[in-house]
Design a protein around this ligand. Structure first.
Ligand code: ATP
Length: 238
């Protein structure tokens, strides 16, 4: 079967600065794939290229058999890709429930939305308790749950997560990663960008290491955990 997402040799620039120098990777239907790398390696730029916020100058991106390289962001959401950006960005003045309703804006099946909100509340019971509370008053962990939950409201085939563990206490971090596993088990393919390499390599099936705009290593997470380079550079094991 063809991969769900195929990124082929993309080169993405900020003005004259070449941030991605020819990045290639694929994600198969049903997988959790992680993208790891140091600050500035190009992880966020890769996500922005997939979601149409930036268009690569060279290379191509195919999703579900279709060329999305030059598609506009709202069309890409309609095709089934949703991103949870780094730093959450929930609508702080809106309630939890209103944030979830906003997440469904591209959908035409309005009647099914209520059912999905119920399903999401099962996945994140904490959000149900906070449904009438304005999002700005939620804790960091709850805002991260809400940002993920809001993305799920567009019923994506592929969920992109940019550093979901950022700034979270270890206990919350564990529960967010459990949520990601459950979302995947329910049928959503996941691309996880993480600086928390250890956790990412625990939950993903495969991974890619980005180094200054290029994929320097790829493999199953078992292979990556056993790689001397990954151990030394990203896991802090000498
Ligand atoms: P981080 O974890 O710090 O977000 P990252 O791996 O996501 O790192 P990117 O944000 O994709 O890295 O950045 C890749 C490269 O592009 C870096 O060299 C960075 O300095 C550069 N870059 C990122 N955003 C811009 C921008 N708006 N203008 C110019 N250069 C940028």
């Amino acid at each position: 079967m063809a991969p769900l997402l195929q990124v082929k040799n993309i080169k993405t620039y900020y003005g004259n600065i070449c941030a991605l120098k020819g990045v290639t990777f694929k994600i198969n239907q049903g997988e959790i794939v992680c993208l790891i790398g140091a600050n500035g390696a190009g992880k966020t730029t890769t996500l922005k290229s997939i979601t149409g916020i930036l268009h690569p100058r060279e290379g191509s991106i195919f999703f579900d058999g279709e060329d999305i390289t030059n598609m506009e962001p709202h069309h890409i959401v309609e095709k089934g890709i949703s991103m949870v950006p780094e730093g959450r960005h929930v609508f702080s003045k809106l309630t939890t429930l209103e944030n979830l309703e906003m997440g469904a804006f591209v959908r035409k099946d309005k009647t099914a939305i209520q059912e999905d909100i119920e399903r999401i509340f099962k996945l994140f019971p904490r959000l149900k308790e906070r449904s009438k509370q304005s999002a700005g008053t939620l804790s960091g962990g709850e805002q991260q749950m809400l940002a993920i939950a809001r993305s799920l409201m567009s019923k994506p085939k592929l969920l992109l997560l940019d550093e979901p563990s950022m700034g979270l206490a270890p206990i919350l971090l564990e529960s967010i990663f459990e949520n990601v596993k459950e979302i995947n088990a329910q049928g959503t393919t996941v691309l996880l960008v993480e600086q928390n390499t250890k956790s990412a390599l625990m939950i993903a099936d495969r991974g890619y290491v980005l180094q200054t705009g290029l994929v320097s290593l790829s493999g199953t997470t078992k292979e990556l955990r056993e790689s001397e380079m990954v151990k030394k550079t990203y896991l802090g094991i000498a």
